[in-house]
Design a protein around this ligand. Structure first.
Ligand code: HEM
Length: 257
């Protein structure tokens, strides 16, 4: 027991102590949870916008009268992302700002995830609590760390595959700027297409539960808002899942080539 006004007799008999039960942590738990919520929502917004951009693979090539005759729309979109902000800002500078924000968000998210997990294991001690909520909710809660690690592995593979073009993650024919051809070459490899589909299913589990946790950690307690945001926490990840997995699927089965 820790007390404010120490009773010398009791201390001498080892009944109470003036020492704190545990050290004050460097970063409070609430600050780390808030960081996880904000950085997670940044990534959630990114995957939604990224999925919408990826769907440009289904748009027809630019016509002969346009500024980019015969070019796939997704290649021009990729070029636009690199040119964004020019000539006011140097070439690719806005893209690099987005990349740095995402990288910082990812590092903070992962750091807080491991720190909070270690903290909760320590405070729980030997007492294990199982299946408190029951069903899928409990499964997704307990698997957040594992689904997060799978997603990290996916992000590394994905950047080597479609951004940097590093074999064997990337196909041998990879060419910078040829977004359409690179996607077709990559997803024509069945194991890669299946890996993308599995990773996106994992993303659904992680994101849907993550959005719901963020809603609580941001202190949204009103009944009406919680029921709206519960729906959002399923609808947004489901849209990302469907929009994303359709691409490797249609390419792997040869409907888009
Ligand atoms: C089937 C689903 C996906 C497809 C088809 C896809 C496609 C692509 C392509 C083509 C690029 C390169 C763009 C370019 O160089 O112009 C890219 C970059 C990237 N993707 Fe995806 N992506 C998918 C899913 C995801 C998911 C689920 C995440 C995150 C969890 C993600 C995160 C990223 C990141 C961080 C980059 C690097 C952006 C940059 O720095 O330029 N992607 N993606």
């Amino acid at each position: 027991m820790t007390v404010r006004n120490p009773d010398r007799e009791a201390i001498r008999h080892g009944k109470i102590t003036t020492e704190a039960l545990r050290q004050r942590p460097a970063y409070p738990t609430w600050a780390m949870k808030l960081t996880m919520a904000i950085t997670g929502l940044i990534f959630g917004a990114f995957v939604l916008v990224h999925m919408i951009g990826n769907l440009k693979i289904f748009m027809p090539d630019y016509g002969p009268q346009s500024a980019h005759p015969g070019e796939p729309q997704i290649n021009v979109y990729g070029e636009f992302l690199r040119e964004m902000g020019a000539p006011i800002f140097p070439h690719s500078s806005l893209l690099w700002i987005v990349r740095i924000v995402l990288l910082v968000a990812l590092v903070l998210h992962i750091y807080c995830a491991f720190a909070l997990t270690a903290r909760s294991h320590k405070s729980r001690g030997k007492f294990r609590r199982t299946n408190l909520m029951g069903g899928l909710n409990s499964f997704t809660t307990r698997s957040m760390l594992i689904t997060g690690i799978v997603l990290l592995a996916f992000i590394i593979f994905h950047i080597l595959d479609l951004t940097l073009g590093v074999a064997p993650a990337a196909p041998d024919v990879f060419e910078h700027g040829e977004v359409y051809a690179n996607m077709v070459a990559s997803f024509s490899r069945w194991p890669v297409a299946i890996w993308y589909i599995i990773a996106n299913l994992v993303l659904f589990l992680h994101l849907s539960h993550g959005i719901w946790l963020a809603v609580s950690d941001l202190g949204i307690t009103g009944r009406r808002w919680r029921s709206i945001l519960l729906a959002v926490s399923y609808i947004v990840p489901a849209a990302v899942l469907i929009g994303n997995i359709i691409i490797p699927f249609v390419i792997a089965v040869g409907w888009v080539s």
